[in-house]
Ligand binder design. Structure first.
Ligand SMILES: Nc1nc2c(c(=O)[nH]1)N=C([C@H](O)[C@H](O)COP(=O)(O)OP(=O)(O)OP(=O)(O)O)CN2
Length: 158
């Protein structure tokens, strides 16, 4: 059986590798639709609130009104310097790879799996017209891709 749950967060980012408008700092309302594989244990499977209680605070704490940034983007060092010089704390969600929707999907799939849920797939909406559908098979393949890439796991700074 499958349960579908929808979440959202607002975040800034840029695609520093692209030579177009996307290399500018900009923001999105990210829509995250999770498709969970669940097992019947009686009259129900997993309580809807069990998903919400783990996932909503995680998205609020790590992603909402944060800036998602690739640690190899030169802007990252500028932001670190700014925080050091001013004492200001910016919410940065650090990625060890560019902050494309594809890479965000891999990161979120990993984080939600680590919470103990079994995702069948994720859908991530970045704009009104663009949605990435990301399956468990994509995640398994990406784990291999990132392992061979030798990218350290992403860390979060806030
Ligand atoms: N495969 C991907 N393509 C693009 C990504 C991505 O993550 N994966 N990201 C972007 C940009 O972040 C951009 O903000 C979104 O781009 P785009 O859809 O071109 O933006 P529009 O303003 O044209 O959106 P519309 O809703 O179509 O007006 C680009 N590509």
């Amino acid at each position: 059986m499958m349960i579908q749950k929808q979440y959202k967060f607002y975040a800034a980012h840029r695609n520093e590798e692209l030579n177009d408008k996307c290399s500018n700092l900009h923001g999105h309302r990210y829509g995250v639709t999770c498709f969970f594989e669940v097992e019947r244990t009686g009259s129900l499977t997993t309580l809807f609130a069990d998903f919400d209680d783990s996932i909503e605070p995680h998205l609020k704490r790590e992603y909402d009104h944060a800036m998602m940034i690739h640690v190899k983007d030169p802007l990252y060092q500028t932001l670190l310097r700014h925080m050091k010089e001013t004492g200001e704390t910016l919410r940065l969600k650090c990625f060890s790879c560019p902050t494309t929707v594809e890479n965000l999907a891999h990161q979120l799939f990993t984080e939600i799996t680590e919470m103990g849920f079994r995702l069948n797939r994720l859908e991530i909406r970045e704009t009104d017209t663009s949605v990435v559908s990301y399956t468990r098979e994509d995640w398994v393949n990406d784990n291999r891709y990132f392992a061979s890439y030798q990218i350290p796991p992403s860390e979060s700074v806030s």
